[in-house]
Design a protein around this ligand. Structure first.
Ligand code: SAM
Length: 309
């Protein structure tokens, strides 16, 4: 833990650094909940739905013995899902020191989890670091290549600047084996923008969440300026309260597919979408190919009907 923190340098200006720290501090401060607290959460159904979506994605793409890189792994909420998929190796990285601590405790078997399950069968390496800032190919030279790279509900934190978005993709691309799979979930920018257009001002939400865009934000800015750095504040009861960034998916897709560029609730309103990229060639270009992208409503509709899930 802390291995990557000491020599962290930021690609962009001071405000980028401040925002990344805000996100890290927010998640670091969120303590582990007991089972009772979790069940009493006002967003328990949304949490369960999100977990189900991640389980389906993992079941769809993980194979026995796979080496998995979990970018922004958080408290290790997906460890059990990976274990069920019988993976062979796991590397988890997160910017929040507190989350990595909790992840380590969970992996080693805290009292609560000990009572419920056996130890995990795969070896794991857990690290604290900024996945969108650091060149991970150097740090993980001995662990790579990975069969799967997963980034769940976290890729949008890379979209504060183009440099960070590119570093995120460069890390995925450099660490996946050819034919390896990237699976991710992030907020659906189309839904957020639609809701913003329908809203009276710059804020919208319901009893469990709200999203507030900055004062300087306007439709014009959206259309004319850079697709990076479009910031909003996201509040989700009992879960999130920090800055996030819009990820226009068509930009994300074209970046991921770039060839030849230098590397560098209630469950009612889920705006997340799931995306899945296939790594074609692993070299200094991203060269990822989109396998599928779906809004989570559509994903849930589709996969709930399938008997295997
Ligand atoms: N992936 C986990 C899951 O699905 O349970 C955690 C998701 S949580 C909504 C978002 C996570 O992204 C937090 O743990 C946060 O610390 C992490 N994160 C945000 N920015 C990051 C960065 N630059 N590098 C690494 N982790 C980051």
């Amino acid at each position: 833990a802390g291995l990557l923190n000491g020599d962290t340098h930021f690609l962009e200006d001071e405000s980028t650094k401040v925002f990344a720290r805000k996100v890290a501090d927010h998640y670091s401060a969120r303590t582990n909940q007991t089972l009772e607290e979790r069940e009493a959460s006002p967003i328990i159904h949304l949490k369960k739905l999100n977990n189900w979506i991640k389980s389906v994605l993992i079941q769809l793409y993980a194979r026995r013995g796979d080496a998995v890189l979990d970018l922004a792994c958080g408290k290790g909420g997906d460890l059990i899902k990976w274990d069920k998929a019988k993976i062979g190796y796991y590397v988890g990285i997160d910017i929040a020191e507190g989350s990595i601590e909790d992840c380590r405790t969970r992996y080693n078997g805290d009292a609560e989890h000990h009572q419920r399950r056996k130890k995990f069968t795969f070896p794991a390496r857990l690290m604290c670091g900024d996945c969108y800032e650091i060149r991970l190919d150097k740090v993980l030279e001995e662990d790579a290549p990975f069969d799967i790279c997963s980034c769940q509900f976290a890729l949008h934190y890379s979209w504060s600047t183009e440099a960070r978005a590119r570093q995120a993709l460069a890390n995925v691309s450099a660490l996946l084996r050819p034919g390896g799979i990237f699976i991710g979930t992030m907020p659906d920018a189309n839904v957020i923008v639609k809701k913003l257009r329908e809203a009276e001002g710059l804020v919208f939400g319901n009893s469990v969440y709200w999203i507030r865009f900055d004062e300087e934000f306007s439709e014009k800015k959206f259309k004319s300026s850079s697709p990076f750095g479009i910031k909003y504040k996201f509040h989700l009861e009992d879960a999130v309260d920090c800055p996030e960034w819009i990820v226009p998916f068509h930009v994300f897709k074209s970046l991921a597919e770039e060839k030849g560029s230098p590397a560098m609730d209630r469950g009612k309103e889920p705006f997340e979408m799931c995306c899945c990229f296939d790594s074609l060639i692993v070299d200094e270009h991203y060269d990822l190919e989109l396998v599928f992208v779906k809004n989570s409503h559509v994903f849930v509709d589709e996969y709930l009907k399938k008997p295997d899930f």
